[in-house]
Design a protein around this ligand. Sequence first.
Ligand code: PSU
Ligand code: MN
Length: 304
Amino acid sequence: MKKFLDIKPEVAEALAAGKPVVALESTIISHGMPWPQNAETAFAVERTVRENGAVPATVAILGGKLKAGLTEDEIEYLAKQGQAIPKASRRDLPVLCARGADGATTVASTMIVAAMAGIDVFATGGIGGVHRGAETTMDISADLEELAQTPVLVICAGAKSILDLGLTLEYLETKGVPVAGYGTEELPAFYTRTSGFGVDFRVDSPEELASVFAAERVLGYKGGLLCTNPIPEAYSMPADVINAAIDQAVAESVARGIKGKAVTPFLLARVKDITGGDSLEANIKLVLNNAALAARTAAALCGM
Ligand code: PSU
Ligand code: MN
């Protein structure tokens, strides 16, 4: 395992000293946003983590190495390559490592690398989940299975309603994954602060969130914890606008027969195109918001 793991020296030093570290994913860089906003956002997210008291560790696979922490040049490389970098979830790591290839990590694979490196907290935008129509397609993201088996606290802005949010919550309940709402009882739906679905429990401070994760560890659970943090009010989008775009994108993906790992990138790209720059701006703001909460939670966890 360690043969493939490459922890950036700054990250390794922070971990050895018991200082807070926050993992960040890279599918959002190469597949989630266009150049150059993807690079600008990745740098802004790292800055936000630092400003809130933690060391950032952006995760990716480069030359077959599982990187926990990237240099600026490496982030820029992923951002410029964009879709040319394969999206890498749990099942993709062995082949990419064996072949010395590159990959952009999803929530699932970022959790795997974070856990290997000893990083407890991970900030992202949206997680994968149970897709609409999954009762026939069986399209369920490996992110959910990872939350059930890998001990990392993931902070996101909920999930986009490209997914079936009700079924996603049911799946997480079945798998025993605690789902927190930060300052809310309702699951946020990424672009909007509400979804009509209730979360498992509410927390109101980084300390409170950290204490639940710490308790989960003391109990010896093997899985993770999901914290859903609503997009700041000022940047949230009108539900009717975003839902119309999502419905159109889902209908197109069905009509075109999109399958497997291509489904989520297809839907994300279509929603972005249909809504123009508005959804990109909202996306950037919510990721920064999650990065700040993750850094403060990682710091609280270190103080426990
Ligand atoms: N949902 C988003 N933004 C994203 C993703 C999902 O709103 O960027 C990315 C994340 O990397 C997530 C992955 O882990 O897509 C899930 O892909 P799949 O559904 O194929 O598991
Ligand atoms: Mn899928």
